[in-house]
Design a protein around this ligand. Sequence first.
Ligand code: DGY
Length: 322
Amino acid sequence: MSRALVTRRIPDAGLDLLRRHCEVILNPEDRPLTREELLDGVRRVDGVLCLLTDRIDGEVMEAARAARGFANFAVGFDNIDVPEATRRRLPVSNTPGVLTDATAEMAWCLLFAVARRIVESDPVMRSGRWPGWGPLQFLGGDVTGKTLGVVGAGRIGQAFALKSRGFQMPVLYVDERPNGTLERELGARRVGLETLLRDADFVSVHVPLNPATRHLIDARALRAMKPTAYLVNTARGPVVDERALVEALREGVIAGAGLDVYEDEPRMAPGLAGLANVVLAPHTASATITSRNNMALTAARNLVAMMSGERAPDCLNPQVYE
Ligand code: DGY
């Protein structure tokens, strides 16, 4: 019977599916494996179900001599050296589609929470310090009719933009390719990043992390935004220069930010946590029960296919099958 390593506990739906096909070696603790544990764990297995917190590079692939592929429990796959896997003819998969709405919804949560200062208001209520209604308390930003800027109009960026329909927002987007759905359904305009940053009242980031998008939103980009604008990031932390963001938030270069992801998780840039105009979520954009169950099932299905020598349905490097 083949053996699969699951590097951390995932929802049972995925584990049950895997157990019907192979022996599952599961990290018994609810924490990422250390580097040594990961290198050791991959040695004797036929496939690996890994997480975005596992760095899967040439060293791990070398140790995973018998592995027939790596199934990532995430749609993002910047934790895996896919070109190296391709060179070794190892399939790699992700979990596209099943967390699109959950992630888009989280971007809206963050957008509203920061614009309407929910996180600042909540402790005032809980502490009993609220003196009663006041005309100048917690004034925030409007959403309806404001311009929405979507950086990256792939699956999640598109879902996020489509959900703006109820708020009558002009939509600008940046993408390598035109997005016919957004243009048809929303009259969205594809523009350059400079224009988007200059004109948008809300800038939401939905690009994958790669060398071209690392620090796409840097100090210069932040300065190009309106002082009344808000930044939302549910993509990957390193797309935003987090230290530059702290400066920008501190100095009022932009009005606020809603973040689900960080440059060096689980750490945050010095000063970020002390700012009132930022809303911070712990990388939970896909954390709905349904999405996480479906991520587990998707990753498990891909791994079963890999271990049976079949084409993985969500293979990121189909060249390995040529
Ligand atoms: C992903 O899937 O890439 C998210 O960041 C975690 O669910």
